[in-house]
Design a protein around this ligand. Structure first.
Ligand SMILES: NC(=O)c1ccc[n+]([C@@H]2O[C@H](COP(=O)([O-])OP(=O)(O)OC[C@H]3O[C@@H](n4cnc5c(N)ncnc54)[C@H](OP(=O)(O)O)[C@@H]3O)[C@@H](O)[C@H]2O)c1
Length: 342
């Protein structure tokens, strides 16, 4: 099997390369792609050295799977071209997520949606991804009427430049030197909290990230009747998004039942003994593939509402790991197409 990783030099792409190796994905060949700026660069991949390729009509021929994380513009242009050339594309950008012909898949929640793919499969945004891993079992057990989610999102969710911006600002503050001008975010992110993730478009008072969380959650759960309200916030954390979710179920579900349900669900680990300071933190989640859940408690204002604290590694389960899990499912379920010979 030939696998293309498009955006291989970026935060998500380099994590996808690592996850492919860790999970011993059955690839005969892995080819990294990035922009012209990086073409020719060598990437260490286990014992192998991979050479970064530029995208061209010739270089994209003969792949079975293409894992994309190079932004929406690249996905818009190149995902259909890879698909036409015979690959199934798993795309991390927001370009295709709400397209009606494109399944939006979280491996533990709606893997059966893959059978309808037409060459492109989308990965949801990282905040939605980790939240629905916890919501899926609750929906199946007790139904969900409404979810109010508030996120505390790490800077690596914006990519490598944002990681550098936080590091530079933090060392300037600690070292007492002049702060560099913010370039990725509209305000200083070090030692600050910004109630803006992505942009506010056309006078909308919800950010584009908040709109994605609301729409994508419903599409993955396959339920238009679930109400979702989102507030997305950027915090000065390198890796690991945290989400506070208030979940109103249709049937009664006690905190103990919810804890038991989530502890038995795939992809989730419950850490919930707050009296002994046991609850998930972003640092706990960083580097892990499972989503961590804690602080499961009754909302005192409503007898069918629970509050949950959900933490995940935005680069791993929030992007790279799910993309590779989707690729594994496509392979195991015989849903790849026969790629034309290179
Ligand atoms: N970071 C997250 O937590 C996260 C989670 C879910 C989804 N995503 C999505 O994943 C995508 C990538 O995010 P990221 O955080 O990895 O960004 P990033 O660190 O900025 O990496 C971007 C990658 O895209 C490549 N690229 C840029 N322009 C290109 C072009 N014209 N042709 C080919 N490759 C090009 C870059 O190559 P060069 O190095 O050559 O510039 C780099 O490999 C975005 O769509 C983002 O929304 C990110």
């Amino acid at each position: 099997m030939r696998v293309a990783v498009v955006g291989a030099t970026g935060a998500v792409g380099s994590t996808m390369l690592g996850v492919l190796r860790e999970r011993t994905f059955p690839a005969d060949e892995v080819v990294p792609f990035a922009s012209e700026r990086s073409a020719g660069r060598s990437i260490d991949w286990g014992d192998a050295k991979l050479t970064v390729q530029p995208l061209s009509d010739e270089s994209i021929e003969g792949f079975d799977i293409a894992l994309f994380s190079a932004g929406s513009g690249v996905s818009e242009e190149w995902a259909p071209r890879f698909a036409e050339a015979g690959a199934v594309v798993v795309d991390n950008s927001s370009q295709w997520r709400m397209h009606e012909d494109v399944p939006l898949v979280v491996s533990e929640v709606n893997p059966d949606a893959l059978s309808d793919h037409k060459g492109i499969v989308a990965n949801p945004n990282c905040t939605t991804m980790q939240t629905v891993v916890a919501l899926g079992p609750i929906l199946r057990k007790a139904g969900i009427e409404r979810v109010v989610m508030s996120s505390y999102q790490a800077v690596s969710g914006t990519g490598q430049k944002a990681v550098n911006e936080l590091a530079e600002q933090a060392s300037a503050v600690v070292g007492g030197s002049e702060l560099p001008q913010p370039s990725v975010y509209p305000h200083q992110i070090a030692f600050n909290v910004l109630p803006q993730v992505e942009t506010f478009k056309d006078g909308d008072d919800y950010s584009t990230e908040e709109r994605k969380c609301m729409r994508e959650t419903r599409k993955i759960l396959g339920r238009d009747d679930v109400g979702v309200s989102a507030t997305c916030v950027r915090v000065p954390v390198f890796t690991g998004h945290s989400v506070s979710a208030n979940v109103q179920t249709r049937e009664a579900l006690s905190p103990d039942e919810c804890r038991e349900l989530l502890a038995a669900a795939p992809g989730l680990t419950v850490l919930d003994d707050p009296g002994n300071a046991l609850y998930p933190t972003a640092l706990d989640a960083a580097g892990r593939d499972d989503v961590l859940v804690g602080r499961i408690r009754r909302d005192p204002s409503h007898d069918r509402c629970l509050n949950l604290w959900i933490v995940g590694d935005n680069l791993r389960k929030g992007a790279a790991t799910n993309a590779v899990q989707v690729a594994e499912l496509l392979h195991v379920r015989g849903l790849l197409r026969a790629a034309p010979a290179a």
